[in-house]
Design a binder for this molecule. Structure first.
Ligand SMILES: [Zn+2]
Length: 397
């Protein structure tokens, strides 16, 4: 490791650094200068004046990426404020999953991406208005009308916003895609192919079936809500992963959690994990109807998968390097020298907590990743309170 003489603005000292992109899992110091990672070594020199963030006993990981969020706050009824949710879950990058389409993206850029202190990227919806009527009382599908699925306008707006558009979003299932079903996916894939970007495809209630959808997905495409409960679960009645799902993974299709209010079931997750099928990416699908439970945020969702048996380094991979590569931003989610100094610190603690999935099923935690502060481009942010973290009531209490 080369350490130059310019010194550091800050050092994150003595934590267990887990950086899967660079095969690092070791106790070491990270030197920060000008908002970037300047050095990584077992022990760095600590001249007077340098800020020390003591990470003794903590996990230090690259800035988290939440691959599926809805943060078009105020312009959509279900959009949440990206900074508020990102701070409490210690997330560096929020990727919006199709809240805006070609007709509404300019507002998303001006009113959300530019003012946010959090890095916000987006999958552009193939549907012109984006997800425009997703509410407790009003649900109208944006992918059920062919006239809304306008490929040339989608391509044009994605090109105009190439700095923030990382892929094309489409939702399939039930009333969302209506009689069009897989035709909506065809349109999204047409646009994505012209752009050289991936499609993020939502699997909802059938039709179409889970297998019909994944059979169409191409290498690099992302299936979100991958561990949804039946109907349209990823496993069969014998709790084995569907052959179409395995074939899709072999082809390079990615499987994303996208918890949300209706798309994460412990039964599906536990069956898939027991059959050797872990998700490629963990994401929250945080929005107005999931931010106060059952999904809450990315960290809560990570803790659910941790307690389903995923090892800590695997959980870290699914929220750092894996989503970074999925969206074609390999400079994010890793801590090589020169990378943006987005880091998150966690304490792995034994905490009794009751997790609830979208069906109301519950599981009790054994371990919890608890926030211990984060760095955003080198700037320290204190850990924030989490609404979901509270002592579990005693049985019968
Ligand atoms: Zn969503």
């Amino acid at each position: 490791m080369v350490i130059d003489d310019a010194g550091f603005d800050a050092i994150v000292a003595g934590g267990r650094v887990i950086d899967p992109a660079n095969a690092v899992d070791a106790v070491c110091d990270i030197g920060i200068r000008d908002g970037r990672v300047a050095a990584l070594a077992p022990v760095l020199p600590r001249p007077p004046g340098v800020t020390i963030h003591d990470a003794d006993g903590l996990l230090v990981v690259p800035g988290l990426i939440d691959l599926h969020t809805h943060v078009y706050a105020r312009a959509t009824s279900y959009g949440v404020d990206p900074d508020r949710v990102a701070l409490r879950a210690q997330v560096a990058t929020m990727v919006d999953a199709g809240s805006a389409g070609a007709g509404t993206y300019a507002g998303f850029h001006a009113f959300v991406i530019e003012p946010a202190r959090t890095r916000v990227l987006a999958f552009l919806n193939i549907s012109f208005p984006g997800i425009f009527a997703f509410d407790r009382d009003v649900m109208v599908g944006e992918a059920a009308h062919l006239t809304l699925l306008h490929v040339p306008r989608c391509v044009e707006v994605a090109r105009a916003h190439a700095d923030s558009v990382v892929g094309i979003k489409v939702r399939l299932g039930g009333a969302v895609s209506g009689d069009l079903g897989l035709q909506a996916l065809d349109k999204a894939q047409q646009a994505a192919a012209e752009l050289g970007l991936p499609v993020m495809c939502h699997v909802g209630r059938p039709p179409p079936s889970y297998a019909e959808i994944v059979d169409r997905l191409r290498p690099g495409d992302i299936l979100t809500h991958c561990f949804r409960p039946a109907p349209n679960a990823p496993v069969d009645d014998a709790r084995k992963v569907l052959p179409s799902v395995r074939a899709a993974r072999r082809r390079g299709v990615l499987f994303d959690i996208g918890h949300g209010m209706g798309a994460f079931g412990f039964d599906s997750a536990e069956a898939a994990l027991a059959d050797g099928f872990a998700p490629d990416t963990i994401s929250s699908d945080v929005h107005g109807l999931s931010v106060d439970g059952p999904a809450y945020d990315l960290l809560h969702t990570m803790n659910k998968l941790l307690n389903c048996g995923m090892p800590v380094p695997d959980v870290v991979r699914t929220v750092t390097v894996a989503p970074a590569r999925a969206i074609g931003r390999p400079q994010l989610g890793q801590l090589a020298v020169g990378a943006c100094a987005d880091l998150a610190l966690f304490r792995l603690a034994e905490v009794a907590l009751r997790f609830v999935d979208v069906t109301g099923a519950h599981r009790d935690s054994a371990r919890l990743l608890k926030p211990a502060g984060m760095l955003r481009a080198g700037h320290w942010c204190d850990a924030q309170p989490r609404p979901w973290e509270f002592p579990r009531k005693a049985d019968g209490g």
